[in-house]
Ligand binder design. Structure first.
Ligand code: NDP
Length: 274
């Protein structure tokens, strides 16, 4: 059976570059996924015109039905998957006037709760020697430093459970809506807090994977750096989206029977502290 890779949110930006890189380097089928079918198909056609051959499946990581449809497809057609890159993400522009509570809810809703939902469905069908890469951000590290010492200690505790992490992110949203998030020890970055969720989730998933009977599955997260994209902006970032994809590709393509890295945060192909 062919090996299978899935990249979330890959109709543009860094996700599209990860698909492009996997099409060139991964020995197997690569799924470009998008919440908007038309945008996804257009991206597939773009890569096909370059001589690459991605497959397509719709995926909105905030929609359980959409997640389950992808899972079913992967199970029926391929018996699971081998590489999952949780890249889909969202950030409000600094100038956006949407109330902070809504920004918190939507940012955490896509970046943290969406990644969690996609992972909960797909991690159980990852095959031995699988690789999971969560695209986080050093915005999570910056936000962590702005949290109270108590909150920092909880987020940094390597024995934290998923239930507690979910409660913390929900508490952030609740207090953001009341305007008391700082008083409750959270930062004032909706994006940063959502990516703390992604980073800490990675550590939890890696710990759980170590107890799993499936052999040699590695789960890591990374920051692409500030890259030119619709999210990062097109003027100021010095990195291209392809530069940003490099570390994700490195982690997704770690050779079989590599014992580590497991549960690490990477930037420029190197582990960095959280
Ligand atoms: P883009 O905005 O260019 O792309 C984001 C992708 O995520 C799009 O394909 C978007 O789809 C998709 N997406 C958003 N919401 C959902 C959803 N609910 N379900 C499925 N897909 C969704 O951003 P980048 O390429 O720059 O960002 C990619 C990742 O890298 C993100 O996780 C981001 O947080 C992270 N990152 C980016 C940095 C940068 O400087 N660019 C820096 C640090 C981290 P659609 O086109 O439909 O909106």
């Amino acid at each position: 059976m062919s090996r299978v890779a899935v990249v979330t949110g890959s109709n543009k930006g860094i996700g599209l570059e990860i698909v492009r890189g996997l099409c060139k380097q991964f020995d197997g089928i690569v799924y470009l996924t998008a919440r908007n079918e038309k945008l996804g198909q257009e991206a597939v056609q773009k890569l096909k015109s370059e001589g690459l051959n991605p497959s397509f499946h719709q995926l909105d990581i905030t929609n359980e039905q959409s997640i389950q449809a992808l899972k079913q497809h992967l199970q029926d057609k391929h018996g699971g998957l081998d590489v999952l890159v949780n890249n889909a993400g969202f950030a409000y522009k600094g100038t956006d006037t949407t109330p902070f509570g809504i920004q918190a809810e939507n940012s955490a809703g896509i970046n943290f709760f969406g990644t969690l939902a996609a992972s909960k469905a797909l991690l159980p069908i990852i095959k031995p020697h699988g690789r999971v890469v969560n695209v986080s951000s050093q915005g999570s590290n910056m936000s962590l430093k702005k949290c109270s010492p108590d909150r920092q200690a909880r987020f940094r505790d390597r024995s934290i459970q998923e239930e507690e992490l979910v409660k913390l992110l929900n508490k952030f949203i609740e207090t953001a809506k009341e305007g008391t998030n700082k008083k409750h020890g959270f930062s004032d970055s909706a994006y940063g807090m959502s990516k703390i969720g992604v980073t800490v989730l990675t550590f939890i998933q890696a710990r759980e994977m170590e107890k799993d009977s499936r052999e040699d599955i590695l789960v890591n997260c990374m920051c692409p750096g500030w890259c030119k994209s619709d999210m990062g902006g097109w003027e100021k970032p010095t990195k291209t989206a392809a530069d940003g994809a490099d570390t994700a590709l490195f982690l997704a393509l770690l050779p079989p029977n590599t014992k580590e890295p497991q549960g690490q945060f990477f930037y420029d192909r190197k582990p960095i502290p959280f």
